[in-house]
Structure formats: structure tokens, C-alpha cells
Design a protein around this ligand. Structure first.
Ligand code: NAP
Ligand code: MG
Length: 499
């Protein structure tokens, strides 16, 4: 697709972009009812890309009404599965066909390297939509075992209108994780992207309609969390809410649901992933590379980032040297340069937040080994050097709170028991990783770690076929895999007595 493009090519492409910046409701773009907009600022250079419509209660009302009308009409929900499949496959194809544009929008809007947005985000988004498209005509309902005078059917039915509120770190992928299973099961969706990253969501919705998705089935309301996000969360005619974002905001959605119509809520929230290295790991070089990528990939703006490195005390010093070598290779660069491996932090506020945590690390007594400062400030954009702290205790702020930036906290342990204790001593439970050559230690750790994903001898392993989500305050409900479809359907028992 775009692998061969140079920095100048990407700059040239950027100059030709046409930004979709209005609400997408009932298959059409329209300004917010209030006429308000907000600046869409690129963290690449701090410049304004465009003004995006700031949707609020009124726009959400229109979007939900459009979704409801489409749902009740049956134009999508009652379409033959093979036909729905065709539309979603065409949507996946359109994402690939517009991959260069979508990758560029993502990079300009939220700062990730173009190499990643074109080789990871675009293919993963298309792949996710394709996976759920292919599933549509493979899922059967059930007939329960009963006495022979009864036929008991267990039918799976779509819920109606699904609200989806997503964050800015993987804007397209997070949207696809919600849209894929929600649309495949026949629902209508009202999607709210994060205000920092509205552009790809709006373009995706337009591509979906061009691919044949009936108008009103997918609506996008850009806007502020407290306005558009809250309006979706509290809407009396939204049947389910699927969210990815911080634990703090996740809890708001539980409250919104309880104070409105008891809509089903599924939450993918924060994390503080322990990345555990035992001395018997088969290859400490590979483990060190993974430790660096585990925290510096996507500027550390990853919910499952390996932000707590737990290394056995006997190998810590040598291992940390290797991690720092990798860290130095990942210094931030221009996100539009295909050679860049670490890009910009999403906005100035998040950059300041990350730098604030670095100060807290220093004040708390941790030992700053590398980074710790803003980078590339001449660009006008928002960059932070890969940062590594040593001598961290698990009760320090930098070990407890989600920083969502390129900041690694290194801790040590004496034995596996202590490692498990530290690893589980957190409010979060999204993921954990362990490096060991001993299958017994690996399997015992996998059972002991309280996390939705446990990676053994790798980091961030997975596929669209495997569920993803959290334990504890990392949330509940699962994205990806066939299990994700459960969130968007309900079971209906039909009990028929034969006479
Ligand atoms: P965030 O502040 O929680 O925002 C997430 C979404 O919620 C955004 O669309 C946001 O809109 C909206 N929102 C904010 N305040 C709201 C409110 N009062 N009511 C309703 N909606 C509201 O998170 P973020 O800053 O975008 O992303 C970073 C966080 O996401 C991190 O904590 C990270 O761990 C988490 N995350 C989790 C996963 C996972 O799968 N578990 C994946 C990625 C990210 P605005 O931005 O427009 O205000
Ligand atoms: Mg936000």
C-alpha cells in the first residue's frame, strides 16, 4: 500500500487531504445543531488541521433517532446474513483501498508513526471488520435438550442502538473492535471518537455507507466527552454502551446507565501491566527488546503497555542496560518519516501530564536512568524522550497510576512468589507478561496473575481470534473474537409445547 512512500511523499499527500469534520448522521454530514466546533490540532507540529463539529445532546438525539429508525425498519437487522456479510466485506475492502489516506489522517491527528498507522492500524481495522463479516453467516442459534413434547429454541437477537465511546490511542482499531461485532449482529451504532482523534472515525462511516451500509445504521457524533459522550451514556433509547478509555471515565458510564435506562455497559479501561523477567528466560536479548517496545510502542499510549518492568534482582543491572540500548534507538522522530519508530504524544495536555508523572517519579525517590524530558520542541509538536526509572517501589505513584506515555518503572524481586505479589498489587488487571524457560513456572504464573491476558515469552501477543479485556478495574466485557458478539446480542428462549 504505502510502504514505499518517503517523508516528502507523505507531506505531499497531506497537502491534498480533505478532512471530514462534521457530524455523520443518517448517512450525511451536517454541522452540530449548535453550530459549535473545536480545533483539531496535530501533535506532529502543534498546528490546527481543521475545525470539527462539537456535537452535544441535540446531535446525539438525532443520531440515536436515526439509528433507531434504521433498526426498526429491519433494513440491516433483518437483512439475510449473507447480504450483510457482503456489505461488511466491501467495507473492509474500502478501508484497505483508502489505506494511505486513513493512515495519514491517523498520524496527523494523533501523532503515531506513519509506519505503524499504515502497517498496523489500517490492516488491523480492515481485518477486524472482515473477521466479523465472515462470522455473520457462521453463527447458529440453539435448540435446548428437552422432553420430546417440547421444542425450546434459544435465539440470539440484536439489542437495537449501541453507543460506542472510544479513546485516541488507536482511534480506528478501537472503533473497529466495537463496530465489527455490533454491526455484524444487526445493531445500529452511534460512535463518539475522542476529541483528539475524530478524523478517521468520520471517514470510516462515510466509507461504510459507500460500501452499502444502509443510512442511519452507523452514525458518528464527534464532540467533547462531557457533552456528546455523556449524552450517549445517559440516552434513554441507547440499548448498550461499549467504551474504551480511562477507568475514571469508565465508572461514569456505570453511573450514567444506573441513572438512565440500565443500558448494558462494557468497559475496557486502564492498565499497569507487569512485565516479569526471570533469570532463566531463553533469550534475555529478545526479552529486553520486548521490554522496550512494550512501553515505547505508540509513545507508551497503550492501555496494556508494559509500564512496570519486574526483573529478578540478580540480572537487573545487565538487563536494564539492554533495555536502555533499545530505548535509545527509539528516540522520537517526525511521525511522517517512514523511519520513525516513536512519534508525538497526542496533545499538549497529555504531554504535560506525562512530564508531571516524571517529576513525581524523581520526587518519590526513583532513579531516572534515561530520558525524562520533552523532545523535538522546535517542531512545535509534543514529544517526550523514552524514559526509564530504576529503583522503583510498587507503592510509588509511577508504579500505581497509569501514565499513558513512554515511561518505564523498573522494580526487582527475589523469587516468583514475590514477583506475583508485586504484579497483582494494583487496581488494574488488563495484561501481564512473563519470560521463563520453565514450563512449570510459566503455567503457575499464568494462573496466579490476575489479568485478562497473560503473555509467556512474548509481549502483546494476540489476534482478532482471541478475546481482549480486563479483570478488576481494567473493566469487564471482551473485545475481539467471537465472544465480543455476546455484548451486542441478547438471548431469547422460545418454549413450544407440542400437542
Ligand atoms: P478518556 O479520557 O477516558 O476518554 C475516552 C473517551 O471517553 C473519549 O471519547 C472521551 O471524550 C470520552 N469521555 C471523556 N470524559 C467523558 C465523560 N465525562 N462522559 C462521557 N464520555 C467521556 O481516555 P483517553 O484520554 O481518550 O484515552 C486514554 C485512556 O484510555 C487510558 O486510560 C487508557 O488506559 C485507556 N485505554 C484502554 C484501552 C483498553 O482496551 N482497555 C484501550 C485504549 C485506551 P473526549 O476525549 O472527547 O473528552
Ligand atoms: Mg480525552
Amino acid at each position: 500500500m504505502s510502504a514505499a512512500l518517503s517523508l516528502d511523499d507523505w507531506r505531499g499527500q497531506a497537502a491534498t487531504l480533505n478532512y471530514r469534520n462534521q457530524c455523520f448522521i443518517d448517512g450525511k454530514f451536517a454541522p452540530a445543531a449548535s453550530g459549535r466546533t473545536f480545533d483539531c490540532i496535530s501533535p506532529v507540529d502543534g498546528k490546527v488541521l481543521t475545525q470539527v463539529a462539537s456535537g452535544d445532546v441535540e446531535d446525539v438525539d438525532r443520531a440515536v433517532a436515526s439509528g433507531r429508525k434504521a433498526f426498526e425498519s429491519g433494513v440491516w437487522a433483518k437483512m439475510a446474513p449473507r447480504d450483510r456479510k457482503k456489505v461488511m466485506l466491501a467495507f473492509a475492502d474500502a478501508i484497505r483501498a483508502h489505506g494511505t489516506e486513513l493512515a495519514l489522517l491517523e498520524t496527523l491527528d494523533m501523532g503515531k508513526p506513519i509506519a505503524d498507522s499504515s502497517s498496523i492500524d489500517v490492516p488491523a481495522t480492515a481485518g477486524c471488520i472482515q473477521y466479523y463479516a465472515e462470522a455473520i453467516d457462521k453463527v447458529y442459534d440453539e435448540v435446548a435438550p428437552t422432553a420430546s413434547n417440547v421444542v425450546a429454541m434459544i435465539l440470539r437477537e440484536p439489542l437495537g442502538v449501541v453507543g460506542a465511546v472510544v479513546p485516541w490511542n488507536f482511534p480506528m482499531i478501537m472503533a473497529a473492535w466495537k463496530l465489527g461485532p455490533a454491526l455484524a449482529t444487526g445493531n445500529s451504532v452511534v460512535l463518539k471518537p475522542a476529541e483528539q482523534s475524530s478524523l478517521t472515525a468520520l471517514r470510516l462511516a462515510e466509507l461504510a455507507v459507500e460500501a452499502g451500509l444502509p443510512e442511519g445504521v452507523l452514525n458518528v457524533v464527534p464532540g467533547l466527552g462531557e457533552e456528546a459522550g455523556q449524552a450517549i451514556g445517559r440516552h434513554m433509547d441507547v440499548d448498550a454502551l461499549t467504551f474504551t478509555g480511562s477507568t475514571e471515565v469508565g465508572k461514569f458510564f456505570l453511573k450514567y446507565s444506573g441513572e438512565s435506562n440500565m443500558k448494558r455497559v462494557a468497559l475496557e479501561c486502564g492498565g499497569k501491566t507487569p512485565h516479569i523477567v526471570l533469570p532463566d528466560a531463553h533469550d534475555l536479548d529478545i526479552a529486553a527488546k520486548n521490554a522496550a517496545f512494550g512501553i515505547f510502542f505508540n509513545q507508551g499510549e497503550v492501555c496494556n503497555a508494559g509500564s512496570r518492568l519486574l526483573v529478578h534482582e540478580t540480572i537487573k543491572d545487565a538487563f536494564l542496560e539492554k533495555v536502555m540500548d533499545w530505548g535509545r534507538k527509539m528516540a522520537p522522530g517526525n511521525p511522517l518519516d517512514p523511519k520513525t519508530t516513536m512519534g508525538a504524544i497526542v496533545d499538549e495536555q497529555q504531554m504535560e501530564r506525562v512530564l508531571g508523572y516524571i517529576e513525581k517519579g524523581k520526587e518519590g525517590g526513583a532513579n531516572l536512568r534515561m530520558g525524562g524530558v520533552r523532545a523535538r520542541s522546535d517542531s512545535g509538536g509534543f514529544y517526550v524522550e523514552p524514559t526509564i526509572f530504576d529503583n522503583v517501589a510498587n507503592d510509588m505513584t509511577i508504579a500505581r497510576e497509569e501514565i499513558f506515555g513512554p515511561v518505564l518503572a523498573t522494580l526487582t524481586f527475589k523469587d516468583e512468589e514475590e514477583a506475583m505479589k508485586i504484579a497483582n498489587d494494583t487496581i488494574y488487571g488488563l495484561a501481564a507478561a512473563v519470560w521463563t524457560s520453565d514450563v512449570n513456572k510459566a503455567m503457575k504464573a499464568a494462573r496466579a496473575l490476575r489479568a485478562g491476558s497473560v503473555w509467556i515469552n512474548c509481549f502483546d501477543g494476540g489476534d482478532i481470534t482471541t478475546p481482549f479485556g480486563g479483570f478488576k478495574q481494567s473493566g469487564f466485557g471482551r473485545d475481539k473474537s467471537m465472544h465480543a458478539m455476546d455484548k451486542f446480542t441478547d438471548l431469547k428462549t422460545v418454549w413450544i409445547e407440542l400437542h
